[in-house]
Write a protein that binds this ligand. Structure first.
Ligand SMILES: Cc1ncc(COP(=O)(O)O)c(C=O)c1O
Length: 401
């Protein structure tokens, strides 16, 4: 299909939920993508922090193909060997968390909210149901997770929203302490706010939230849907902080692009769910679990998380030198390969357009932030190539100003 044919069918047959760029990719290899016209791109977005092993990874593709030939799905009415194996692996990698599997980040968060409420009502008091989340957070697009998301633009028009959510400014411990009351069940936070522009939590904030939850018998939930699975240069972002949540959610990179989410619970809260309390038809099926097991195996064999840390440092330094050179960059933020460049003018879309024209995929968030979340297998040479294209784009937008 040509691009105009794809666009025509998209407009004719799909619900208009996405404002898409006029581009369609047909093939990928490593950190590269090719569009319908045969043009190649360096992918510094990785399917929005999903394709941590890049595209067409031979070992991941082989594991998925092998599992697809053997068995894709039976159901959770029966035991599922790769699900049990994945849960064992994640238990050890996370330091003692049991898993529940689903199909997306929103679903993982929905599960976390249900488990937190059930555990708090059962173990602390029947009146406990409120969840504290942060302003500018992002937790998904189901009715409950847009309510958890502290951004009115995602909630508008879908009211009435489920009750029981309270919002506090991010990185403001005093505000969180003040928001706790006799009805509070849990606090849910991203260790680094992703969707709103890559804003890391301060160490004091996460540490303070842990202490607050311990003192007031609350469940601490970390949404690691975007930050987890090596994105920040450690398998889970909370490892940078030395602060452990009670519940952690994963999705995005978990199965290398095969849809999968996970809710991980520690010993304090894992008996919050009893048989029948929560379920998913597809969750943790053979195909998704085989893909996630392959992702974790490749991470270990190829030192992928270590690569994310090293190349992330290199890319960040390159972006910081752009910041020093170029009057329009005001800040570079992030950890590992979860990075953002903030501009002091509304040029993000224009910079994104220049980058795309020159074969680099980046993501404009709002008017003045550019997000980079490349595959974790990015090389130093590819990071330099990305920085060089970005430098050109910044020069072009500065000239045009
Ligand atoms: C932190 C965070 N939580 C939840 C979600 C929702 O994940 P999904 O789109 O898989 O439902 C996202 C998606 O961007 C996210 O970044």
């Amino acid at each position: 299909m040509t691009l105009p044919e794809v666009v025509e069918k998209t407009e004719k047959y799909l619900l208009p939920t996405y404002g898409r760029l006029p581009l369609a990719f047909v093939r990928g290899e490593g950190c590269r993508l090719w569009d319908t016209e045969g043009k190649g791109y360096l992918d510094c977005l990785g399917g929005i922090a999903v394709c941590s092993l890049g595209h067409g990874h031979p070992k991941l593709a082989a594991a998925i193909a092998e599992q697809a030939k053997t068995l894709i799905h039976t159901s959770n009415l029966y035991h599922i060997p790769p699900q049990a194996e994945l849960a064992e692996k994640l238990y050890h990698l996370s330091g003692g968390y049991k898993s529940f599997y689903c199909n997306s980040g929103a679903e993982a968060n929905e599960g976390a909210l249900k488990l937190a409420r059930k555990w708090a009502k059962t173990n602390i008091g029947k009146e406990r149901y409120q969840i504290i989340t942060a302003l500018d957070s992002f937790h998904g697009r189901t009715l409950t997770t847009i309510t958890a998301t502290g951004q009115p633009k995602y909630q508008k028009g879908f009211e009435p929203l489920p009750p029981g959510f309270v919002y506090v400014p991010y990185n403001d411990l005093a505000a969180a302490e003040k928001a706790v009351n006799a009805q509070t069940a849990a606090i849910m936070m991203e260790p680094i706010q992703g969707e709103s522009g890559v804003h890391p939590a301060t160490p004091e904030y996460l540490d303070g939230l842990r202490k607050l939850c311990d003192e007031r018998d609350l469940v601490l939930i970390f949404d690691e849907v975007q930050t987890g699975m090596g994105r920040t240069g450690k398998l889970f972002a909370h490892e940078h902080y030395g602060v452990k949540p009670d519940l952690m959610t994963l999705a995005k990179a978990l199965a290398g692009g095969v849809p999968m989410g996970a809710l991980l619970a520690n010993e304090r809260v894992w008996d919050g769910f009893k048989p029948g309390d929560h379920a998913s038809t597809f969750g943790g099926n053979y195909l998704a679990c085989a893909a996630a097991l392959a992702v974790l195996r490749i991470y270990e064999e190829d030192g992928v998380v270590e690569n994310a840390a090293a190349v992330g440092k290199h890319l960040r330094a390159a972006l910081e030198s752009l910041c020093a050179e170029c009057g329009t960059v005001s800040e570079v933020r992030g950890l590992g390969l979860m990075l953002a460049v903030e501009f002091n003018r509304s040029v993000a879309k224009e910079v994104q357009e220049h980058c795309l024209a020159n074969g680099l995929i980046v993501n404009a968030i709002g008017e003045n932030i550019l997000r980079l979340a490349p595959p974790l297998i990015l090389t130093v040479a590819e990071a330099d190539e990305a920085a060089a294209i970005l430098r050109q784009a910044l020069a072009a937008t500065a000239d045009a100003a």
